[in-house]
Design a protein around this ligand. Sequence first.
Ligand code: SF4
Ligand code: SF4
Length: 289
Amino acid sequence: MKKILILSGKGGTGKTTLSSALIRLLDAKAYADCDVDAPNLHLVMEEENEPLKSDFLGLPAAYIDPAKCISCDLCRQNCRFDAITNINGYIVNDHACEGCKVCTLVCPSDAIEMVPRVIGHLSLYKNGHVFSTAELKMGSGNSGLLVTEVKKHLYVNSKNADIAIIDGSPGIGCPVIASISGVDLVILVSEPTISGFSDMERIIKTSEGFPAKVAVCVNKFDLHLENTEKIISYCSENGIPFVGTIPFDKDASSLINQGKTLADKDGPARDSIIKIMERSMKILNEGDN
Ligand code: SF4
Ligand code: SF4
């Protein structure tokens, strides 16, 4: 299975717009949403059946059994993370607890235990294709680990698919690195702004540590032609394949809200994405016999 990952420096650049259109155009039988902090591919790729859901567990957190607690206050005094409060009894704040176990060691009445903490949910749709996605609870860390789980669910359940499209995480942090790992081609969706340019440079540098091929496209290119040219020149000077531009389409958001993709509407945006797809597939398959 060949794996294409769509990335962008931040949310709202057009990553999901391009991912969903490529899924439709390529009739991909395997796809995933690795934007676990704000997944939205499921809004576009309407599914007939409910997903199989599973919990995603983070590091265990402390839990205080009120029946055993003798209110000595030692746990609260020794917690370096101020995770324990005493308002109507001793309680642990799950978000603040770092799982260091100090409280369990100082408690004289064995009232504290470490319990698994659910920090997100994985969803797997199987409707003649496989769609893997997940959502991390707000304020939880470990999004990189959850991204790895999303991809594992996808690969294990779609071994016969020829191609997988993965909507990556925005930014350049840990979840992006987890997204890039093991993919064949990264398509960076840039926008014609100064910040879009520097985001693109940073993701390209991040990708250099991986064997994946990298290509760039610009979404809403016609909003600033000069910046678009700057991105194209950068790619040419640095030997990075530039696979095309997508014009601004005022209907893009409303199409997505209706569960449709830009590939479902005839027009310049669809035509541009078809060209991006053709060039990307050529790059993806270069070197194959
Ligand atoms: S496990 Fe550590 S961080 Fe969590 S409540 Fe106990 S002392 Fe505080
Ligand atoms: S250390 Fe144990 S007994 Fe003391 S307040 Fe904390 S939970 Fe209660």
